[in-house]
Write a protein that binds this ligand. Structure first.
Ligand code: DCP
Length: 227
């Protein structure tokens, strides 16, 4: 039922050429999503929605991201419900430009992070059920669509290397095992389709260094932008 809402949104969009094309960039922590958005930000026909991490680091003075990493069992629900809200705000925002590109989506929040917290015993089942009900309701009743998901696919080892290099203070204790579980969830969702097929998925090999990735973005521009 929850997927039919999404598919309905997706299909109805297919019939309306006037609507903005909505693209979500997905991939593990450290996969290079921000770099991709920075690259496309130079195009005046694309509206970029990023900066989500900054919001999570300062919820009226509270660093939710930090609290979540310090004690996921206590703060996972609070954090993920805030993530869900910020993602919905992004999905619902209207753009005057023909293409809108956003970092992550409400779908990765649920299918990757919430599922992973629950499966690994880091989220009480009552918290999981409440988040699931909110997610089901929002994706079935709110009017937004996603046309394409770009999956920046890299090995968890590569993601860990990049996370260490950028040294975001909340992420110092991220382990390879954690990234492997997130990777598995992404593969379930975007490659094996275990949560249903929502939007068209374009997989890009994100193992390469930044310079090569920028070339990939340039060469795959039309495919990425659904042109
Ligand atoms: N996060 C989380 N739950 C979510 C989404 C993200 O716990 N539903 C966490 C993981 C990271 C931080 O938030 O610690 C930001 O992760 P992102 O992958 O969204 O952003 P990055 O800046 O890591 O992406 P990239 O390095 O690909 O640009």
């Amino acid at each position: 039922i929850l997927r039919s809402g999404y598919i309905r949104n997706f299909q109805s969009h297919q019939h309306s050429s006037m609507e903005t094309i909505s693209i979500c960039v997905e991939g593990n922590i450290g996969a290079g999503k921000s770099e991709m958005l920075n690259f496309f930000a130079k195009d005046p026909t694309i509206e970029i929605i990023s900066e989500h991490v900054k919001k999570w680091q300062n919820v009226n003075g509270h660093n939710m991201l930090d609290l979540m990493y310090k004690d996921p069992y206590r703060w996972g629900f609070t954090f993920q419900s805030y993530v869900q809200l910020t993602m919905l705000q992004n999905h619902m925002s209207k753009s005057a430009k023909p293409v809108q590109m956003m970092e992550r989506s409400i779908y990765s929040a649920k299918y990757v992070f919430v599922e992973n917290l629950y499966k690994s015993g880091l989220m009480p089942s009552v918290d999981y059920e409440v988040l699931t009900e909110w997610f089901n309701w929002a994706t079935n009743h709110l009017d937004f669509h996603v046309d394409r998901i770009i999956y920046l696919r890299c090995h968890p080892e590569t993601a860990l290397e990049r996370i260490k290099k950028r040294n975001r203070k909340e992420e110092l204790n991220i382990t390879l095992e954690y990234l492997q579980s997130l990777h598995e969830q992404q593969e379930e969702w975007l490659i094996r389709g275990c949560y249903g097929k929502h939007a068209e998925v374009l997989v890009l090999d994100a193992e390469q260094d930044l310079e090569s990735m920028l070339e990939v973005f340039e060469n795959s521009r039309n495919k990425i932008l659904c042109l």
